[in-house]
Write a protein that binds this ligand. Structure first.
Ligand code: AMP
Length: 429
């Protein structure tokens, strides 16, 4: 089969790497890809071909696909899904994996998601949705200002403001709705009560009728050790988390996915792709904070290093509605991914810093360095983004996976590199 993967981050490198293992893959393009993706090879020895088209350049991607006729296109990031790339490709007779624009609303509209969760009884935070700042402030008052104010639309992960008192809540509402700090994404908002507990990531592969739950993973959103510093796209992950045993995970999965599938059927939503609920495990039970409609990044890196199924076959089953015939197989190993970021990230950071030690890190057993913000400058791999690498290692348990991942990080150098030293530490306490 000929495959086209869309995106350029660590998630897409993990997708390409896993798809490349499949004997079904005869040719694979990635648009736009990165320096690490360009080094991958298929089982048949063919190199991966990076195509210089941005993930949100829908007309360019469509023209490329019409010319090169991939048998399946795989969409990594949220933005092209929200823009309707799946509908566009399907309308042109092209087979593509990912939720269509209506289904992608679970991520592209927090108001849509919140209303859906309430209508179909998915456990979530006490919340309400608003298009009027004064009404929003009255609701925030009823929560004593201890709340989370969320812009409705995609805001590069920044449209969520955590508030501890009424002045903070009032400022947050004004920032999003009056000053429009996140543009049109903030014309509507969701306000949720501020929940306490342990946050985990769940993923389920869906085919419109069936949802297959993955093991648990946990991301580390803050830039610095001990969950301090600014929010980022994610500084590291591990799987499994050990916070839920298999029975508890199955129960939590059912509590979310059964009403999700029922609601989708009732609303005529055909969700084929990854549903990724962010879940807070509170003392009153699990509560969904938000839905995403694609693989997490860096969750994909730990999931795909543990997945034993052929990914081409899984995605084909997700597109064709035959997931009920498939059992997900996971290796029993633990996986830890440590993100190495550019100095200054998530603020301003330099680019073009030479990276050394990649071969030495990749040569370590059970270790894979996924690239995110990297590029080639002549023959040299250099930094080209905030999150640069996702250094991922497997181990027989979390501790040994963590030790192996940090041993690989020690081999890699670029000026200003920073990473967290406590990935997976919460589960090892
Ligand atoms: P979201 O994009 O909605 O997942 O929000 C981003 C982050 O904000 C989450 O990963 C949580 O860490 C935090 N968050 C969101 N909603 C809540 C909530 N209701 N209570 C506590 N923390 C939250």
């Amino acid at each position: 089969m000929k495959l086209l993967v869309i995106g350029s981050g660590g998630r897409e490198h993990a997708l390409v790497w896993k798809l490349a293992h499949s004997p079904h893959a005869a040719r694979l393009w990635c648009a736009p890809g990165n320096a690490g993706i360009a080094q991958e090879r298929l089982a048949n020895g063919q190199k991966i071909e990076c195509v210089n088209l941005a993930a949100d350049n829908l007309p360019g991607l469509l023209a490329f696909a019409q010319e090169n006729k991939p048998d399946l296109t795989v969409v990594g990031p949220d933005n092209p899904l929200a823009l309707g790339i799946v509908d566009l490709f399907q309308a042109n007779g092209l087979r593509i994996w990912g939720p269509n624009q209506k289904a992608a609303q679970f991520e592209s509209s927090k108001v849509f998601s919140q209303k859906f969760m309430e209508k179909y009884g998915i456990p979530t935070a006490r919340a309400d949705t608003f298009s009027d700042a004064a009404a929003a402030k009255r609701f925030a008052e009823s929560l004593s200002g201890i709340c989370v104010v969320k812009a409705d639309g995609l805001a590069l992960g920044k449209g969520v403001l955590i508030c501890h008192d009424m002045p903070e809540a009032s400022n947050a509402i004004d920032e999003i709705m009056v000053q429009m700090a996140f543009g049109a994404a903030g014309s509507k908002i969701v306000i949720q009560e501020l929940l306490e507990g342990t946050e985990i990531s769940l993923h389920a592969l869906c085919d419109g009728k069936t949802a297959k739950l993955f093991p648990t993973a946990q991301d580390h959103k803050r830039a610095l050790d001990g969950d301090s510093g600014l929010n980022t796209g994610g500084m590291g992950t591990y799987s499994p988390t050990l916070f839920l045993n298999d029975t508890q995970l199955a129960e939590v999965g059912r509590a979310i996915l059964d009403p999700f599938l029922r609601g989708c059927a009732a609303e005529g939503i055909d969700f084929r792709g990854i549903l990724y609920p962010g879940v807070m495990l509170t003392k009153d039970g699990p509560k969904v904070l938000e839905f995403n409609a694609r693989f997490g990044d860096p969750e994909a890196q730990v999931y795909l290093t543990r997945l034993e199924n052929d990914l081409v076959e899984l995605l084909e089953a997700s597109v064709s509605g035959t997931l009920d015939k498939i059992t997900l197989q996971w290796n029993p190993l633990a996986s830890v991914c440590i993100v190495m970021a550019s100095g200054g990230y998530p603020g301003n950071y330099p680019k073009g810093k030479p990276i050394t030690g990649l071969d030495a890190a990749n040569a370590l057993p059970h270790t894979k360095v996924f690239h995110a913000g990297t590029a080639l400058s002549g023959d040299q791999i250099v930094t080209a983004g905030g999150r640069v690498l996702g250094v991922t290692a497997l181990g027989r348990d979390l501790k040994s996976a963590q030790t192996a991942a940090y041993a690989a990080v020690e081999k890699i150098h670029f000026e200003g590199a920073h990473f967290r030293h406590d990935i997976a530490a919460k589960a090892l306490k």
